[in-house]
Design a protein around this ligand. Structure first.
Ligand SMILES: Cc1cc2nc3c(=O)[nH]c(=O)nc-3n(C[C@H](O)[C@H](O)[C@H](O)COP(=O)(O)OP(=O)(O)OC[C@H]3O[C@@H](n4cnc5c(N)ncnc54)[C@H](O)[C@@H]3O)c2cc1C
Length: 405
């Protein structure tokens, strides 16, 4: 069947739904439709924030983002602040609360509520939604875009690409946006996984599998310069480091870099040296792997000893030399892991890459190459840290496009 709309939005996720709602709020006479390849809209949105959806943050600013659109994002983020976004959601019926780290969630702490709020607004405002639609071909003919899908053929005066990135393919992640935009002559940076566990190499890593530890994690480049540091819970898996602080480092980590973990941030090297010397005396007749009693769980303690070159756990604590205690202290305060790469799109919450920043007018989100073509969300080369920054950008870009269609 053939359909004509003023505006067609490809992708019924965070940016696409917000764009559709804003476009109709702005001009109710405009006919607006969303096409979505999944059997329902907002599937990824419903999995965000561990099912609770961390939709924005008190500290929204461009410093929290990486990619070629960062500089331009200042305009967008200055215009659509967290307060502005929260007000818009409140007007649609969604009330939010802030946790003690500045992250906003729906009052009911359920991500479904965010999708439902946007879906209901679409229904109320008369946005047409076509699910299970796969784009077969897409072209601009004269002033109109023609989009052939498996079920329907759409013609529209304006086209908005909101198909996200390749992250989390099971939830709808795809490279479609990059393919469509390349066809329109846009410069597109290949997607790479971001906000994901980091694959590392370290001979004791396997023995740490399943352990979680508070740590300061510092990313070092090949020259040993510290690039970025984060604090939080680090989770050890068979071949990766994981946890929110590691996800944030993944935006910058490449093979050849190193991650150093400070496993006791509140205790200085000097203090730890004194504590371990005392433990040597207190536990003098215990085996060496009891040295960390009351400090670390046994498996972590054993891994620290191995990493410090102490492999014989039948030794008694009283056999430890002061020089060995110094090495142990250095390991605890800066346990090194070689970065091997990332864990792929399956485990990534977002992507770097997408359409090159300068190809979009940040005041409208319209392409600078193709008139009538707009681009929002993760299809753009920008990625924020964990904490609600990516959804904020998706919503803010959707709103900006919606107001300028
Ligand atoms: C597990 C997980 C948890 C996350 N948690 C958070 C969080 O708490 N806070 C936060 O800020 N960010 C979070 N993110 C990131 C956030 O979800 C994304 O940055 C955001 O959804 C991007 O919005 P978008 O509109 O660009 O893309 P999406 O929301 O991914 O929407 C794109 C839509 O387009 C559809 N689509 C793709 N290709 C086509 C096509 N060819 N034709 C038709 N439809 C198509 C997809 O099915 C999808 O519905 C999380 C991501 C994941 C995977």
């Amino acid at each position: 069947m053939k359909h004509f709309f003023d505006t067609l939005i490809i992708g019924g996720g965070a940016s696409g739904l917000m764009c559709a709602v804003t476009a109709k709020q702005h001009n109710s006479n405009k006919s607006v439709a969303v096409i979505e390849k999944n059997d329902r809209v907002g599937k990824k949105l419903m999995s965000t924030g561990n099912g609770r959806c961390n939709l924005t943050n008190k500290n929204i600013c461009s410093e929290k983002y990486s990619g070629s659109f960062v500089k331009q994002s200042e305009h967008l983020l200055g215009k659509i602040t967290a307060d502005d976004l929260l007000y818009r959601f409140e007007e649609l019926g969604l009330h939010c609360i802030c946790d003690n780290e500045g992250r906003y969630y729906p009052l009911c702490k359920q991500a479904n509520a965010v999708t439902d709020t946007l879906r209901f607004a679409c229904e109320r405002l008369g946005v047409e939604i076509f699910c299970k639609e796969t784009v077969k071909s897409l072209r601009k003919s004269g002033d109109c875009f023609e989009i052939k899908c498996n079920e329907n053929i759409f013609t529209a005066k304006q086209l908005v690409i909101c198909c996200g990135s390749k992250a989390a393919p099971k939830l709808g992640g795809s490279a479609s946006a990059a393919d469509y935009l390349k066809n329109f002559g846009h410069k597109v940076i290949p997607f790479s996984p971001a906000l994901c566990p980091i694959k590392v190499d370290n001979r004791v890593l396997k023995s740490l599998k399943g352990i979680r530890s508070e740590a300061k994690a510092v990313l070092y480049d090949q020259d040993g310069a510290a690039i970025k540091s984060e604090h939080g819970e680090v989770q050890f898996t068979e071949d990766c480091l994981s946890g929110i602080c590691i996800f944030n480092l993944s935006l910058y980590a490449v093979k050849g870099y190193e991650i150093g973990l400070d496993l006791l941030t509140d205790i200085s090297n000097k203090e730890l040296f004194i504590i371990l010397k005392k433990h040597k005396e207190l536990f003098s007749n215990n085996t060496i792997d009891e040295l960390f009693t009351g400090i670390f769980q046994k498996r972590l303690g054993q891994a620290i000893l191995k990493q410090s070159g102490i492999n014989d756990f039948s030794r008694k604590c009283n056999s430890i030399k002061e020089s060995e205690i110094s090495v142990i202290v250095n390991t605890v305060k800066d346990m090194r892991f070689k970065v091997e790469g990332n864990c792929g799109f399956e485990k990534a919450q977002a992507s770097l890459g997408g359409v090159f920043g300068r190809e979009i007018d940040e005041k409208t989100m319209e392409s600078r190459r193709v008139k009538g073509l707009f681009i929002c969300g993760e299809a753009i080369d920008i990625c924020g840290e964990c904490g609600g920054y990516n959804l904020h950008f998706a919503f803010a870009s959707g709103i900006t496009a919606g107001e300028n269609l």
